[in-house]
Write a protein of this length. Structure first.
Length: 367
């Protein structure tokens, strides 16, 4: 592959290959040295490009770029309408620094546009989001085992076992959403048009972010696997009492498929036949809330990424999600789009995720 076409992942992969090749006595040192120099130059070009893009985004954010929120004042409404009208004229949405906390912000619904049911992908709001604009692979160390002391016996070597450590590397991954919409949507009010386009694209980016997180937990060697766990009256108590939390990593949460939550809701006590679990939803949603059983109360979130018979439980803050830039949503009406009388809509995000604390999350299955 041409070095000038490589991305960060491909550069890191080639660097690792070169490191292995250098262990061969017959390796062409001069050629490999030249290649490493070219790879470093390519990495610097990519970093500079990201920094320039981020600077432009920040410039817009510091100027007329205003994050769309629930506005109540006439002044703020005028700002939204002004930007919306400009969007309707140009067909281009401004790049905005929405990730004020390093997370893919949850979009607000666009008034006047009736959408689908809420996409249950809010695990992206629970993880440890890290802003890494301009940086390469994220690497973090974790402790695998504790040190163990041993009795001292005179005349014998001091025993005991040292703690063991390892690292997790998270490389950048880019995902996108692309679609076309009819120009007829411009017949809606400009604010509704902008909101409908942006909300749909952002929801897709968030859902893909949740895909990445769930896939990482399932594949990680750091995840504790628990099988044949019945969805019965002891389910919640066994989860909570069987999990050892890590300090300073936040509270625990149960991530569950909607079908499995319904199953828990049907569980009855063996004596009084009353519902064992009291399920209470958060305001204005049916995808998150609390489950209460006796004196045990646990937060839950429904995840579309989970299928029946599989749950995740633990501290989501033990999952690192580095983000190498803010998401971008843009539109294009030129070229082929102009010929077909449609608008191209594209959303981009560069991020990734993985578990970075040993047994910080559990993968629970009923099989």
């Amino acid at each position: 592959m041409d070095i000038n076409e490589m991305n960060f992942d491909e550069i890191e992969k080639r660097m690792s290959e070169i490191k292995a090749e250098l262990e061969n006595e017959n390796a062409d040192i001069d050629a490999l040295d030249s290649e490493v120099t070219q790879l470093e130059e390519r990495k610097n070009v990519l970093k500079k490009s990201i920094e320039q893009r981020q600077a432009l985004i920040q410039k817009v954010a510091n100027g007329e770029g205003v994050i769309v929120e629930n506005r109540t004042t006439e002044t703020n409404l005028n700002e939204v309408e002004k930007r919306a009208n400009e969007f309707a004229k140009t067909g281009r949405m401004e790049k905005r620094a929405i990730l004020s906390t390093g997370k893919i912000a949850k979009p607000a619904a666009a008034g006047g546009v009736n959408g689908l049911a809420e996409v249950a992908s809010d695990i992206v709001d629970d993880v440890n989001a890290i802003e890494l604009t301009g940086n390469g692979t994220w690497e973090v160390g974790y402790q695998k085992t504790n040190a163990a002391a041993a009795d001292v016996v005179d005349g014998s070597d001091v025993a005991g076992t040292a703690a063991t450590f390892d690292t997790v590397k998270i490389a950048p991954a880019e995902w996108a959403v692309f679609d076309t919409v009819s120009k007829q949507v411009k017949k809606m009010t400009p604010v509704n048009y902008m909101g409908a386009v942006g909300t749909a694209a952002l929801s897709a980016l968030r859902a893909k972010g949740s895909d990445k997180i769930v896939a990482a937990i399932k594949a990680s060697a750091l995840t504790e696997k628990r099988t044949a766990v019945a969805l019965d009256q002891d389910y919640l108590r066994n989860l909570v009492l069987g999990f050892r939390a890590v300090k300073n990593k936040g509270s625990v949460c149960l991530y569950i498929a909607q079908e499995d939550l319904a199953t828990l809701g049907k569980v009855r006590g063996t004596t009084d036949k009353k519902a064992v679990y009291e399920i209470a939803f958060d305001a204005d949603t049916t995808t998150s809330g609390t489950i209460k059983e006796g004196g045990t109360i646990t937060r839950f979130r429904i995840l579309d990424q989970l299928t029946k018979g599989t749950q995740l439980f633990g501290q989501p803050m033990t999952i690192d999600m580095p983000m190498w830039d803010n998401y971008e949503i843009s539109t294009d009406e030129g070229g082929e789009f102009f010929k077909k009388n449609v608008i191209g809509v594209r959303g981009l995000q560069t991020a990734n995720a993985d578990l970075v604390v040993f047994h910080g999350m559990q993968l629970i299955t009923q099989a």
